[in-house]
Design a protein around this ligand. Structure first.
Ligand SMILES: [Zn+2]
Length: 256
């Protein structure tokens, strides 16, 4: 029987992995979900998302992983040993994704319940271009601001694993200082996108809107360049009570 805390994550992961979405291929991408204060589920290394089963996830304790961010254990072998020792059930043979560090950090720092990470083609064609930062820090249309937040956290390319988790944490802290709340989207140059949510639906909705924004950006770039909303308009739409109400509905429902 699938653990009840795992079912929503299993479903979210398979949905993100649907080939039609063009979000991931082969073993790309990973997801996580909080179990309780002490532990969380994370996709195991090398699993495919679209047909993942219960055995494709591993329950991991927060504490040893979060400790690595404050005190690096040294080389990759030492880090991997800690990741494996952090498994709730040591008899489980699969190993946590190499990105377990940023999952633990984001669930903890942003106080969200679900994290989704993909290499969505439409987003990556911009993140692998000279305009990646431009895309991350601006908004083109109201629903992009409402769903994806007033801006995204932008992280320049850095080695995956612990260095990436530390760079994302710096970006998240800066964002929280500016906006007084956690971000919805993290964009990693030459790598991919992370969306955060209190429910699987929120992670899926924000991912879908980020991809739509990326397609819009690319189209606009081809015909003279995107025209961004002004910072005042972005702030206004993000704080409007009716938009806050709509945003709350999006957490539970997939359609507006
Ligand atoms: Zn990745």
């Amino acid at each position: 029987m699938v653990a009840s805390s795992l079912l929503p994550l299993l479903d979210m992961t398979r949905t993100l992995g649907q080939p039609d979405n063009d979000y991931v291929i082969i073993g790309e991408g990973n997801t996580s979900a909080r179990i309780d204060e002490q532990s969380f589920w994370v996709k195991a290394s090398g699993q495919q998302m679209h047909n993942i089963s219960e055995s494709g996830f591993v329950a991991v304790r927060f504490e040893p992983i979060l400790d690595m961010l404050d005190k690096s254990p040294g080389d990759l072998a030492a880090q991997k040993a800690i990741m494996n020792a952090a498994k709730v059930d040591p008899s489980v043979t699969v190993t946590p994704s190499v990105e377990v560090t940023f999952h633990a950090m984001l669930l903890h720092e942003c106080e969200v319940k679900y994290v989704g990470h993909t290499h969505a083609v439409y987003v990556n064609q911009i993140l692998c271009s000279a305009r990646a930062r431009d895309f991350a820090l601006n908004r083109m249309f109201p629903d992009e601001a409402v769903l994806c937040g007033p801006e995204s956290v932008f992280v320049p390319y850095i080695d995956p694993g612990l260095p990436l988790a530390l760079a994302i944490r710096d970006g998240v802290w800066r964002y929280m200082d500016s906006w007084g709340e956690a971000p919805k989207v993290i964009l990693m140059a030459n790598h991919g996108v992370i969306t955060l949510g209190q429910s699987p639906t929120e992670v899926l909705n924000v991912m879908a809107m980020c991809v739509k924004a990326a397609r819009t950006f690319a189209g606009a770039a081809a015909i003279g360049g995107p025209v961004f909303m002004s910072p005042e308009d972005v702030r206004h739409i993000y704080k409007r009570p009716d938009e806050i109400y709509r945003r709350k509905q999006f957490v539970e429902k997939r359609e507006s």
